[in-house]
Write a protein that binds this ligand. Sequence first.
Ligand code: SF4
Length: 199
Amino acid sequence: MGKLPIVEEFYTLQGEGFHTGKAAYFIRIGGCDIACQWCDTKMSWKSEDYPLIEIEKIVENVLKCSAKSVVVTGGEPLSYDLTFLCQCLKNANIETFLETSGCYEISGKWNWICLSPKENFPPFPKNFAKADELKVIISCEKDFSWAEENAQFISKKCKKFLQPEWSQHKKILPKIVDYIKENPSWQLSLQTHKLIGIP
Ligand code: SF4
């Protein structure tokens, strides 16, 4: 019932956002046409570079470890219909977390949706209401306005995070701290997996 191009799968701790520090099995799906300049997973852009794996096999791999939740990321995972993957994971009692730019309509039923909008290809409007978490990457000061632009469309329950772009980390972090102090509805997200050297 369907295959997906898989860049990598691994069991680790979620490094960023609301679920930071929790154990999760990561499934990175290949294919992304957004081309963020600072993308840290450029190797995932071309789906044709990766093997197509049966969805049942992907779920089988998850169940081989003690994972209770899965993070589906990319690439841009919404380049594919994820309905069947979500259904299979749900049937196996695995919680499903999605990391997406939201540029295409959301498919599948998720326990948690993290929307990380990208200026090159802004989110599909209906996706804002479905987001549990808005995570905006800040690489320079103008990104604060981009964050606010997106925040006006989210629901009241949605958590708001600002995350420094890794290569600008040291330079931009003090500005993010100041911004959050002035705008306390936002929280800081750090890429803690990179800080502690895990995948
Ligand atoms: Fe990279 Fe994500 Fe941007 Fe795609 S959306 S280019 S995977 S950072």
